[in-house]
Ligand binder design. Sequence first.
Ligand code: NIG
Ligand code: FE
Length: 396
Amino acid sequence: MNKNLVFNFNLVNENFDGHTPKMAMIIENGLISWIGPQSKIPKKVKFKKEIDLKKKKIMPAFIECHTHTVFAGSRADEFELRNTGTSYLDIAKKGGGILSTMKKTRTASAKELLAITQERVNNFMKQGVATIEIKSGYALDLKNEIKTLEVINKVKGARVVSTFLGAHAKPPEYDSYGKYLEFLAEKVLPVVKKKKLSNRVDIFIEKNFFEVPESRTYLSAAKRLGFEVTIHANQLSFSGGAELALELGAQSADHVINLTDETIQYFGRNKTVAVLLPAADLYMKCAYPPARQLIDSGATVALATDYNPGTCPTQDLSLVGLLARLEMKMTLPEVFKAYTINAAKALGIDQEEGSLAVGKRANFISTDAELTDFFYSAGAMPEHELFIRGSRTLVG
Ligand code: NIG
Ligand code: FE
């Protein structure tokens, strides 16, 4: 018998607009096997452990669906440069940006990288995050991209979804973007697959980075190998990345700031999730993505930090939600959905988590706070506890 009971809680509704009091759930091997009114807890069942949540509210744990959490060093010096007028693309052209983080990440040992990555993952968990997507992409060679993915797969506590972003930038060893992508498709993707290090492939499609035709060839090769795909798309320009994501049935298109009305409608008819990253837009002084139009067109919209040393050196979920509310006309329930079920959809794990339903992981947040206390104060997630697969986490 391996059943635990969690009881005496107020269950936040799926629409995040209220809650149902006096609820209970049974958890077996970390999964919800029953959820319903406390008065209907099946009799005769003996529980290994019973947890009284003392009338706290519970809601699904957050899912951070776009991060670049494994990197060495900092780019604080570049922030000052960007802030005094040098553009992101100009810094990149001079070998700064992603390539400067690449140098430090290549030379860092797996042990060092794992220690800093675990600390950062703990910082996400402290904010109620049970699942975190982490991309590789700061090594850009076979040996060190594999090292990065192995580090990602060694993280403890939270569930980590790893994504291969070898196509983040062109390393100096290659003189053409196309040739580098051929190398990734032929020499790296098969190793990633064989070692089961990731089942998702991402690419940065942007002016002065990867372009659509070569990206289409690369992502199609990735799909033939059995990878799901996702794209950093339409961040700094109308790059065509979002349209390619829709064409290929990508799990998500991320950033998506520069969108035509036609593409917005295309999202509305499609399952590809638009992952919006407003904290990066704040740091980049970009426009914010057209969240309202996307949601009104029927698109699935998720939110994430984009945590990385260049465009988003913050892990603050509250800031992300706050910007979505203040600058992108998203309602509070839309922000909660964007950080739970829609984020799960972006990662293709919505059958396993993202809401509290039978068969799903018992990943939840319990709190005495009001829903309106969330995504209200930057840098301050209301007091809460995080449960992963039914167990209280220590960092929560
Ligand atoms: O999502 N745009 C590409 N990748 C990251 C930035 C990476 C970096 O500057 O280090 C992003 O914004
Ligand atoms: Fe990113």
